[in-house]
Design a protein around this ligand. Structure first.
Ligand code: NDP
Length: 286
């Protein structure tokens, strides 16, 4: 039986590290600030922003909410994002997605100051990841790597299979694994033999949004499995993209859903905000 990776516990460690970094910044007169831009009144988005604000408060990050009506024009939204880009008290900017139609997320993301793009979605940060240069990395993928590190799995030379190639999760996870010298296979809906690809992997990352797509019997004995998926199963309960019980029987370590990757995403957002504040402070001091 594999070890269950406790995402809540790892997230708590990350938050404690962030808190210490906030204290060190305070000694230099800097209070990290995260601006959350929320357009419209999508109930799920309201909950997500509320959770992020609470998490900020707990570690000493100042959170500033900018709530705009769904009727906001793209020009107004872009102007706000640009203004925040010039605000010295704001170190991170978070635009809560999805945006109500007809607002285009890509246009707004491209208006972000790359050094404040704590979601790691700006093309400059994506390009820096591709090029292997330092930059802000997307939160969920960073959380995946942090969870892998807690298992002690040696990534250099490991065969890693990522199922899902989204810009938000699959692709950045693949590049972060490549940065750590894993041999990476990126699978998607057109992959010819998903079972065969997964079966060869020392490390499996599933990010598809398809409940139990990755069968337990595909998992190579001793593999490490990170399940990013958050799905509502037929019984109404939350489940991942991996068939948990049979996969757990074969894996060395595996994340549960919920309680695996989920708690890491907000923790890494806090870490990215503090990183942005540290870099801004260093740039001012230089
Ligand atoms: P997307 O829908 O953007 O991407 C899904 C990917 O899965 C696509 O690349 C798609 O392939 C691939 N896929 C779909 N069906 C199959 C299949 N049958 N076989 C192989 N590949 C398949 O999803 P996201 O990446 O945004 O999210 C993935 C999951 O992760 C969701 O459940 C989401 O809720 C969860 N999530 C969780 C987070 C967390 O904090 N824990 C944060 C972000 C997401 P193709 O490109 O060919 O269509």
């Amino acid at each position: 039986m594999g070890q269950t990776i406790d995402g809540k516990a790892v997230a708590a460690v990350v938050r404690a590290e962030v808190r210490e970094r906030v204290v060190r910044l305070a000694a230099r007169g800097v209070v990290p600030g995260l601006a959350a831009v929320l357009v419209g009144d999508d109930p799920a988005s309201l909950v997500y922003v509320g959770n992020k604000e609470k998490a900020c408060e707990q570690v000493g990050i100042r959170s500033l909410r900018h709530r705009l009506p769904a009727s906001t024009s793209e020009t107004e939204l872009v102007a706000l994002v640009r203004r925040l880009g010039h605000d010295a008290d704001v170190h991170g900017i978070l635009v809560q997605l999805p945006l109500p139609a007809p607002l285009r997320a890509q246009v707004v993301i491209e208006a972000l100051a790359p050094e404040k793009d704590v979601d790691g979605l700006h093309p400059v940060n994506q390009g820096r990841l591709l090029a292997g240069l330092p930059g802000l990395r997307p939160c969920t993928p960073l959380g995946v790597l942090r969870l892998l590190d807690t298992t002690g799995v040696a990534l250099a030379g490991a065969r890693a299979v990522v199922v899902g190639r989204s810009v938000l999760v699959g692709k950045p996870v693949a590049f972060l694994l490549l940065e750590r010298h894993a041999t990476v296979t990126l699978c998607h809906s057109r992959t010819a033999d998903l079972a065969g690809e997964v079966g060869r992997a020392d490390v499996v990352i599933a990010a598809t949004g398809q409940p139990a797509l990755v069968r337990g019997e595909w998992i190579r004995p001793g593999a490490v499995v990170i399940d990013v998926g958050i799905n509502r199963g037929a019984d109404g309960r939350l489940c991942g993209d991996v068939e948990f019980e049979p996969a757990c029987a074969r894996a060395a370590s595996i994340t549960p859903v919920p309680g695996g990757v989920g708690p890491m995403t907000v923790a890494m957002l806090l870490a990215n905000t503090v990183t942005a504040a540290e870099q801004a402070a260093a740039a001012r001091a230089a």
